[in-house]
Design a protein around this ligand. Structure first.
Ligand SMILES: [Zn+2]
Length: 98
């Protein structure tokens, strides 16, 4: 009886361990998905081609500009942009770096 109780306890323990690992994996995937959305290959209407678009922060880093400068370029139309599913502005690196 005692042994069985011990066995079932260790079963519960390993099940919890599996759950914990699964949760970590899910969270990692979510982070990865978020990160990959920061840089995605999308069709840019203005370029008429598939281009790499990134969030403003990444675009600023890639272009060696401030985020404010990126917003100004986007607003003036000098740099192409698109709206991501999450509402964030995506900047066309093709038009920024040319
Ligand atoms: Zn473009």
């Amino acid at each position: 009886m005692r042994r069985r109780a011990g066995e079932s306890q260790s079963d519960v323990g390993s099940l919890e361990g599996t759950r914990r690992i699964r949760r970590v994996i899910v969270e990692t995937e979510r982070t990865f998905t978020f990160r990959s959305r920061e840089r995605e290959t999308v069709w840019c209407l203005a370029c008429g081609a598939e281009v790499v678009m990134t969030g403003v922060e990444t675009a600023a880093r890639e272009g060696g500009l401030s985020e404010m400068a990126i917003y100004q370029l986007v607003e003036s139309g000098a740099v192409h942009s698109a709206e991501a599913v999450n509402g964030h502005v995506l900047v066309c690196l093709n038009s920024l770096l040319k």
